[in-house]
Structures are given as C-alpha cells and as structure tokens.
Design a protein around this ligand. Structure first.
Ligand code: S3P
Length: 169
C-alpha cells in the first residue's frame, strides 16, 4: 500500500509552525503532532523545566528520539522545534517520508508575538534571535522541499502552505 507522506514544518522559534500546523491539519484532514509536546509528554515536564533540570544536551537527545519515532509515521502534520536542524540525524529521520516546509518569518515579526518565557534558548533576550537566524536559515533552506514566507497574518500563511502542498501530497 502506498504510504501517505508527512508534512514537516521547520523554521525559527516563533515562526508559527504550531499555529500553522494545527490549521493545516484541519484543512488537509491529517492528524497533527507537535514535537515539543511529544518531548514534554515523554519527559513528564515542560521544555523550560527540562532545560533547567537537565540542560540542553538532554533536551537534544529527547528531540532526536522524537525525530526518530515521528519519522516512522505517515500522513501526519509534524511541527518541530526551531533547533531540530542542528543535528543532521534529526532531519535524516524526519525526511524519510515527508515533504519539509520551511516557514520563513522575519525576526521583526517574530519579536512582536514571541512568548519568551517558553523559549529557554533565548535566555530572555530577543537579540539572540539574529545570530540564531544567521546560523539556521541556510540549514532550513537546505532541508526544505518548499519555502513559504509567513507574514503576520497566519491565515494567509496557512493558505500559502496549503497551496504550495497541493500537487505534492
Ligand atoms: C528551540 C526551540 C523551541 C524548543 C526548544 C529549543 C530552539 O521550539 O524546541 O526550546 O533551539 O530554537 P519552538 O521553535 O517552537 O520555539
């Protein structure tokens, strides 16, 4: 039987991966899973708490486990954490059976809506977003099958991803 592909959303923290992913899942009638929520369930605590108790490396190990497990799924919309591209192994797992969509949103727009308390990597400073973007943007591009620019209007973002996926699923 032919396997239905996953749709994997990648992009910076605050780019709208989860919001767009949930709407897309209604639109495409595909189940949705958020990798960070998967990790939180597995660890039994929130992401900031994992960082505080066990450090970033422990979080990254859980992230890789999530990528391995979710890479085996089919027909799912998967939103990822912004740092998922930092380990090539993660993307190998996730790209096995997927169309990867890079949600590219400007840092200026991200700063307007970002909830800092949920993002331990930023250590309370939006300045950290700029070097992070410089480092990650080329990686997002290199793994993406489709790049969609996500402006402030999320509805438009969903529509643009939906249209870009139309002939690929
Ligand atoms: C991270 C982004 C977060 C989360 C973790 C690490 C990162 O996800 O996975 O805090 O390295 O940028 P979001 O992209 O949903 O904020």
């Amino acid at each position: 039987m032919e396997q239905k592909k996953n749709v994997v959303l990648i992009g910076m923290t605050g780019a709208g991966k989860t919001t767009v992913g949930i709407s897309l899942s209604y639109r495409l009638k595909m189940p949705f899973v958020d990798m960070d929520s998967w990790i939180e369930k597995k660890a039994g605590k929130s992401i900031p708490q994992i960082f505080a108790d066990e450090g970033e490396e422990a979080f990254r190990a859980l992230e890789t486990e999530a990528a391995r497990k979710l890479g085996e799924e089919n027909g799912m919309i998967i939103s990822t954490g912004g740092g998922v591209v930092m380990r090539p192994e993660n993307m190998e797992h996730l790209k096995k059976n997927a169309i990867v969509v890079y949600l590219n949103r400007s840092i200026e727009d991200i700063v307007k809506t970002l909830r800092m308390e949920k993002r331990p990597m930023l250590a309370g400073k939006t300045d950290t977003l700029y070097p992070m973007y410089e480092k990650r943007h080329p990686l997002y591009l290199s793994y993406a099958d489709i790049e969609v620019v996500n402006h402030s209007d999320f509805k438009e973002g969903v529509e643009n991803v939906y249209r870009a996926l139309a002939d690929k699923l």
